[in-house]
Design a protein around this ligand. Sequence first.
Ligand SMILES: Nc1nc2c(c(=O)[nH]1)N[C@H]1C(S)=C(S)[C@@H](COP(=O)(O)O)O[C@H]1N2
Ligand SMILES: [Mo]
Length: 523
Amino acid sequence: MSQQTVGEPHPTATVAAGPARRRAALAGIASAAAGIGVAEIVAAVIAPRSSSLFAAGSLVIDVAPPWLKESVIALVGTADKVVIIASVAVLVAVLAAAAGLLERSRPPWGQVLLGAVGVVGLVAATTRADSSMFSAIPSLLAIGIGVTLLRVLTRQSAAVSADPNPNGVPRRTFLITSGLAAGLGVLAVVAGRVAASGIQAVDAARRMFTLPAPAVAAPPVPPGATLNVAGITPLITPNESFYRIDTALIVPSVDPANWTLTVTGMVERDVTITFDELLALPLEESYTTLACVSNYVGGDLIGNALWLGYPIRKLLARAGPKSGADMVLSRSVDGFTAGTPLEALTDDRNAILAVAMNGSPLPAEHGFPVRMVVPGLFGYVSATKWVTELTVSTFAQESAYWTDRGWSARGPVKLSSRIDTPRESRQVAEGEVVVAGVAWSQHVGVSRVEVQVDDGAWSDAVLADAISADTWRQWSYPWNARQGRHQLTVRATDANGRLQTSAYADVVPDGATGLHSIVVDVG
Ligand SMILES: Nc1nc2c(c(=O)[nH]1)N[C@H]1C(S)=C(S)[C@@H](COP(=O)(O)O)O[C@H]1N2
Ligand SMILES: [Mo]
């Protein structure tokens, strides 16, 4: 800034201490507003649930003592959220003004204070139960922009103080920059909120919706299905740790009030159902282990859940598939498609339109409000999330999303087994070591698991009870570990007596094969 002078302060500078302080406070508030504004827009686009402002609000809700929460609710009723967000905004504004004043008198402590306020938002956004790897980005941007702008505006404000003309160019520059930053920041917060409101409506709908009781409950899990071994994969995968694979950059927001599913194509009559109609049907519960075709040997793109849904075969029966059809192309709101053999959807397996996962409405990431779950097939040919259309067709006529990208049209799950404990390259103590893991061959079942130490003979592992043929089975093997480096390998046999192949195959085009081996150091 050419107007900035060093040396004798102009006499008006001391007289104008009040305006200078006001400018400093404005600089702080404008910097915070611009930072938060940009963060809200970015949050709305990449991670709508990670708005740092709202995460900070949630943090306040989480840490506030119950009596305070209750009195706020008693005082303002359902406006409680608005009050909380407004309180957070006021608090941030006060701290930002203080940061401005501090930056004027003791730089760079104003930047430090503003950064610290941002870090609270960052912590709030990244420690939420539904936070993802994207959750940190909006807050980091807010901190970067806020702190940089504070430095710029403080410099401009200093130029105003040093300018002999009280209404000169530096003053105008400062007012325009800070006014624009503050105004655009607030506008951006509003725009970000409007953009994210659809998602919030869906989140609210998800929370509001009470699951109907199953007409057919899943048989109780046999007590012998769980082995008590430290480090083994839990028999049922919690929703939070269930693997997630999809092509959706932004998780689709489907309002169940507007959701419909249409069965069309080679059918006697098109059938359309709404979400309420679906929920009113007799829903059935079943455990199914879902696996991804991209799961390499020993990988973790597999999970087992209790699903609640309506048998697809019953809905297809209403539409009446025409003869000659051999595939159902399911389509999601985001354009993803999967081609499932008609037979897998009409035989007696638990192929369902699922509305719940482990007793909760489907998480948004796992297909809320409705997804398909089909035992025995990889997810890419069967497990369409946010599903809205089933077109009865043929493999000759239609091809699905991944088929067009080099993957096989048909994707039955392959017999596989995995060592969960001990971990690869881990050091273990000499003596008895319990080797354990899971094995699966959905819709066929697993009948045997064997373990091999180094080049020794294959020995039977203890096989836990099965929930059903559609789920994985835990296994364990007590190993008398001797000093040194050892290789452990596992293999399974399915319920038809077929042994898991040791031949290596890549995941493309229809799933990996080979045996899972790990190396451990005993000593
Ligand atoms: N709409 C939609 N559904 C989808 C996908 C997708 O990309 N979009 N991916 C499929 C794949 S490849 C798999 S393995 C499963 C994964 O389901 P999950 O994310 O609930 O574990 O969803 C399937 N359903
Ligand atoms: Mo997948």
